[in-house]
Design a binder for this molecule. Structure first.
Ligand code: PLP
Length: 463
């Protein structure tokens, strides 16, 4: 790997109290309990470099979450700033509506098609993962309408899935707390998730659970009538749901059922794309042949907001032949975002980051995490490539978590942060998803802090 160029002068002085006060009085945060946050004081992040973020209090913290699962190439790659500035000077904005395009978006689409699975033929661009999944709802329904089967409009997803936060993508997702705030759109159904640790019947093996969870799709299709079902959507590995790695039997069975009942298969690669699981896409890792693949996050490593949908030949043909597809965003294929995404993808490719995750850092992280199974709090570790979860339990034998009110995940997360590591808590699971450039030494640091934080958490809850 080439040595990345880092600027180490990103640690700047700020008046934290003044910023927190301004924040409290003016800024409405996403996914936040505002009152609780302001009682503690907002954490203000001011800079970042490589795998580390800097805060306004002078703290330096290892970012075990790559921002929000997105900063695949790490922070501080000045080349991308140069690309953005040059593109802004050349052509800051133009659209792709009504018969027009520009070089950066054309080049990015061609670059992505080369890296994507063989059946992918075109790329549609959006501003985010959520928009990509709204596009999928539109595209699935348009596809079946154009094929003369307009009743095939329902999309089946899973409980505890995450597909975004707009109205349609939130509906595709299976997050109960989100559905409860305002309801979901029509034509979306949810089936069980392939979560062996918590959903297995007594004595059920992982492979058996995988088959049963996949066959829930067939049951649901028969209940609704195949003539009413247009697609199935799933994350190859659930991310926000707590890094749930499906049993090996799951995806082949899902694929078989989609074929049998003529459903489009949507593999949501927003987290898993661009190297996260040790391949360019998790569809390769799990042998999935998808008709639509939403992407975002790692597409630009978060340096610019951009998403897209990789479209198979099967779907593209129908959309291309089907007259105007009346759908698009002002910022679909934004030139600056496209130029930055293109440079980001080149960095991942030229520096061998996917191979590094597959051969070196992915196996190393998973091997080191397995050591935690000896810890009294750890019931399961699960993961693939550079994404993983540590499940904290009260009763290892019966897979029983501590009571929810205890918020054990939050306790552990707060210790980790105080110790210099960002982890995320999803219920009782501690989540990690570090930048793809994390070194073995940095993984050792991540593990050392994780162990220390687990000990402190145990001392608090057992004490
Ligand atoms: C984050 C995420 C999304 C939504 O992406 P946004 O860019 O936040 O809109 C969709 N799908 C998956 C699997 C995600 O993890």
């Amino acid at each position: 790997m080439n040595a990345p160029i880092h600027n180490t002068e990103r640690h700047t002085e700020h008046d934290t109290k003044a910023l927190q006060e301004l924040d409290k009085n003016n800024y409405m945060h996403p996914f936040t309990d505002s009152k609780a946050m302001h009682e503690k004081g907002t954490r203000i992040v001011t800079g970042a470099d490589g795998c580390y973020i800097f805060d306004s209090e002078g703290g330096k913290v290892l970012d075990g979450m790559a921002g929000l699962w997105c900063v695949n190439i790490g922070y501080g790659r000045d080349e991308l700033a140069d690309v953005a500035a040059a593109q802004m000077r050349q052509l800051p904005y133009y659209n792709s509506f009504f018969g027009t395009a520009h070089p950066p978006v054309i080049k990015l689409a061609a670059q992505l098609k080369k890296l994507a699975p063989d059946n992918i033929s075109h790329v549609f661009f959006t501003g985010s993962g959520s928009e990509s999944n709204d596009t999928n709802v539109r595209m699935v329904r348009h596809y079946w309408q154009a094929k003369g089967q307009p009743t095939k409009r329902t999309i089946i997803s899973r409980h505890n899935a995450y597909h975004g936060s707009t109205m349609a993508s939130m509906s595709l997702g299976g997050m109960k707390g989100m559905h409860e705030q305002g309801g979901i759109i029509d034509g979306v159904e949810h089936i069980m998730q392939p979560h062996w640790y918590h959903e297995a019947l007594a004595g059920e093996t992982e492979d058996e659970l995988g088959l049963r969870a996949a066959q829930a799709l067939e049951t649901k299709i028969l209940e609704l009538g195949a003539e009413n079902v247009g697609a199935f959507i799933g994350e190859p590995v659930q991310g926000a749901g707590a890094v749930i790695v499906p049993p090996a039997t799951y995806w082949p069975e899902i694929q078989r059922i989609c074929k049998k009942y003529d459903l489009l298969l949507i593999a949501d690669e927003v987290i898993t794309g661009f190297g996260r699981t040790g391949n360019w896409f998790a569809c390769e890792t799990y042998g999935i042949e998808a008709d639509l693949m939403p992407i975002a996050k790692g597409l630009s490593s978060g340096y610019m907001p951009i998403g897209g949908v990789l479209i198979s030949e099967r779907v593209a043909k129908v959309v291309i032949e089907g007259g105007e597809f009346a759908h698009g965003y002002t910022y679909s294929g934004h030139p600056v975002a496209a130029a930055v995404a293109s440079a980001n993808v080149s960095i991942i490719e030229n520096e061998g980051m996917v191979e590094q995750v597959r051969d070196v850092t992915g196996p190393y992280l998973q091997q080191r995490l397995a050591e935690l199974l000896d810890h009294p709090l750890v019931g399961q570790v699960r993961g693939v490539g550079l994404m993983a979860a540590i499940e904290l339990v009260k009763d290892k034998e019966n897979h029983i978590n501590y009571p929810k009110e205890l918020e054990i995940g939050g306790i552990c997360r707060d210790y980790a942060l105080a110790n210099g590591l960002v982890m995320r808590a999803v219920g009782a699971s501690m989540i990690m998803c570090p930048p793809l450039v994390i070194s073995k030494e940095e993984i050792d640091e991540l593990m050392e802090i994780t162990k220390r934080s687990l000990d402190q958490t145990l001392a608090q809850v057992a004490g």
